[in-house]
Design a protein around this ligand. Structure first.
Ligand SMILES: C[S@@+](CC[C@H](N)C(=O)[O-])C[C@H]1O[C@@H](n2cnc3c(N)ncnc32)[C@H](O)[C@@H]1O
Length: 215
């Protein structure tokens, strides 16, 4: 399996994850600002048949169900899958073991691929590979909708890491340095090279919503 190097972090984090996204962890409050709006906007823009990667505790899954969408959720962490499955409102959803690149074959026709706070787990090479794979899975007009931390420039990324450190947010600063948080221009290029047009909307200081459509 690829891109799974950060799974142990999520196995430890799973039990408190929903408190973090609700803003309880001060270090991550700015990262999860407008989290619910982000999920609702992705769910609204999604088509009818959706594959979700890195579903975690199932919050985006729930937003998609609330808008009447069909969802197949793929998540590599057993702890995360267990928490999502234990939520009564998600009991009918299938949560499958897999990651953004390696997952069981999908035989149903799909029109949308979504994920939130996941894409940065993949290296730049992996990101490009999976976008190529998704292009092959989607019809013309099909969409990829990603919400995740990214930066307008490397200089801005460095500034935010410094700010985090000065604010005493050492876990956040270390996370921003350790994982593969990209710059928006690279993400735009990766999608363009695979035949997508993309639009970017900033959600908070860290997170952008990327809406890529297959031409
Ligand atoms: C920050 S959580 C986001 C969960 C959920 N999407 C949300 O927005 O609340 C990241 C999730 O991605 C999963 N993950 C980590 N690496 C992954 C990969 N390579 N492919 C798919 N999911 C991955 C983790 O297990 C975790 O559940």
């Amino acid at each position: 399996m690829m891109g799974r190097e950060f799974i142990p972090i999520f196995s430890d984090w799973a039990a408190e994850y929903d408190e973090t996204v609700a803003g309880k962890d001060e270090e991550y409050r700015a990262v999860f600002l407008k989290y619910e709006q982000l999920l609702a906007e992705i769910a609204e823009k999604a088509g009818r048949s959706v594959v979700e990667f890195g579903s975690g505790t199932g919050n985006l899954t729930q937003a998609l169900l609330d808008q009447g969408k069909n969802v197949l959720a793929i998540e590599p962490s057993p702890e995360m899958r267990r928490i999502a499955k234990s939520k009564p409102s998600l009991s009918k959803v299938t949560f499958v073991d897999g990651d953004m690149e390696v997952f069981p074959e999908i035989t149903d026709a799909i029109d949308t691929i979504v994920s939130t706070y996941v894409f940065h787990h993949l290296t730049e090479d992996e990101k490009q590979r999976v976008i190529g794979k998704y292009a092959a899975m989607l019809p013309k007009g099909g969409k990829v909708l990603f919400g995740d931390t990214m930066f307008l420039s490397l200089a801005r990324k460095m500034e935010l890491i410094d700010e985090a450190r000065q604010a005493g947010h050492q876990r956040l600063a270390a996370d921003l340095e350790r994982e593969y948080y990209p710059v928006t221009a690279d993400i735009e290029r990766y999608f363009r090279q695979q035949g997508f047009t993309s639009r970017f909307k900033q959600i908070n200081e860290y997170v952008w919503l990327v809406e890529a459509q297959r031409e």
